[in-house]
Design a protein around this ligand. Structure first.
Ligand SMILES: [Zn+2]
Length: 434
């Protein structure tokens, strides 16, 4: 089921790992202090020099890096090598203003491919596989990151990119695709289209899905596994830290192993900025240990997770992070209660009568927050009697109230009536003027 791409690093003792991390951390700190004025100044403001960093314990004295720092130093201010050493750039799709730019040296691309190959291997991928890569190609790290990792593995990559669903299904059949890579929301859309086209799952060769770039729940996993006849793995990464391949779920499907020989993860309290112990939920923070072009020190991801230190049944010693349950910046505060769209998704998927296509509409009426959950009925339920729908609405409302502690209006809508996404799904419309 699983095989180690790099058994030495994936299964080394925690002591050996700490030794590697300490050595790499010291080198990193020395390097950014010398070559990145931003970091030199940030260190000086905290009154520290590279010589003060002697152990992993000292990590917590280092300054954080935020998305704002990346914007303020646009485009190349945080690069730690001359521009001529950079062989590729990627950029985030900034919704407003300038994007976030990241650069890779030749060695960085080599490391990245190797880590993504590690991910494929962890999910059971081999050179025998045909990988259909429906992540978008371009400035987004998803497409090319997965692409070169699959090549490094030796698999056959089909660089189809996102969209064009009819063609996706045709090639999936004709090329005998065995591994599908894309966002979970697009996978769900594809699955529905495959069923709508009357394709018999038995004629497909799909066995594994590697899905990431947006938070998704375990209930969503079950749906995808059932609808596509696959095992669905979560992959984690972000451009600022590397791209896909920072962490990956093993077949135990019990958290994602963070590749600690290359990254040090921390969980902090997003308000006090203090590190939290293993097992506690908070904001994920990463320090890159081996990147040359664009290293980051304690980068605040805004992703919410928990770290678990227990050795996994798969034999890997690297920490596991809980799959992302939300982001500090898409957390909704509704009538004073913290609500993550993924929690609502999880509740909706407990009910067989609805589909995992939903939209949350938040509004403020007479200074009171109002949450409406629009969710699609499954096709067989749609023809049901009005009375049945009223009962379902009530059950959903009660379940949301007991899980989230807030009341919501439930609006059941026709199958396939909510907008579909070929990239990251849009799940929230917030009409409040805060
Ligand atoms: Zn494992």
């Amino acid at each position: 089921m699983t095989s180690y791409w790099d058994a030495h690093h994936e299964t080394m003792s925690r002591d050996q790992l700490a030794e590697i991390q300490t050595k790499r951390l010291k080198t990193l700190v020395e390097r950014v202090y010398t070559s990145v004025p931003f970091y030199r100044q940030a260190f000086q403001e905290k009154g520290i020099t590279p010589g003060d960093i002697k152990s992993l314990e000292d990590l917590k004295s280092l300054p954080f890096t935020t998305k704002k720092d990346l914007r303020d130093t646009y485009p190349f201010g945080l690069f730690a090598v001359p521009r001529s050493e950079i062989v590729r750039m990627h950029a985030s799709s900034g919704t407003t203003g300038k994007p976030i730019v990241v650069g890779y040296t030749k060695k960085d691309l080599d490391t990245w491919s190797d880590l993504v190959a590690r991910c494929f291997s962890m999910a059971g991928g081999t050179k025998e596989d045909v990988v259909q890569n429906a992540y978008g190609y371009g400035l987004f790290t998803g497409g090319l990151g997965i692409h070169y990792g699959a090549e490094r593995l030796g698999a056959t990559i089909v660089p189809i990119s996102g969209g064009n669903t009819a063609r996706q299904i045709m090639l999936m059949q004709d090329f005998q695709t065995s591994i599908l890579t894309c966002t979970p929301s697009y996978a769900l859309y594809l699955a529905d289209e495959i069923h709508a086209a009357g394709v018999d799952l038995g004629t497909l060769h799909l066995k594994v899905g590697i899905f990431g770039a947006e938070p998704w729940s375990n209930n969503m996993r079950r749906q995808l596994e059932e609808k596509l006849g696959i095992r669905a793995h979560d992959i984690y990464g972000l451009s600022e830290v590397l791209g896909p391949g920072v962490a990956m779920e093993c077949p135990c499907q019990n958290g994602l192993h963070v590749f600690e020989d290359h990254f040090i993860p921390e969980i902090i309290d997003p308000v006090t900025e203090q590190p939290l112990p293993y097992g506690e939920k908070g904001e994920l923070v990463f320090t890159t240990l081996t990147k040359e072009g664009f290293p980051v020190i304690r980068y605040r991801t805004k992703d919410i997770s928990t770290l678990y230190p227990e050795v996994c049944e798969c034999g890997r010693t690297h920490l596991r992070m809980e799959r992302i349950t939300g982001r500090t910046d898409d957390m909704l505060i509704i009538r004073g209660v913290n609500v993550f769209p993924s929690q609502i998704e999880s509740v909706l998927l407990e009910f067989g009568e609805t589909e995992p296509h939903y939209l949350l509409v938040v509004d403020r009426k007479a200074s009171l927050d109002d949450l409406e959950i629009q969710v699609e009925l499954s096709a067989n339920m749609f023809s049901d009697k009005i009375a049945g729908l009223e009962v379902l609405e009530r059950r959903l409302r009660e379940r949301i109230l007991s899980v989230l502690g807030i009341s919501a209006k439930i609006k059941l809508v026709e199958p396939k009536s909510l907008p579909r996404s070929e990239g990251k799904a849009k799940r929230v419309i917030d009409r409040r003027e805060l």
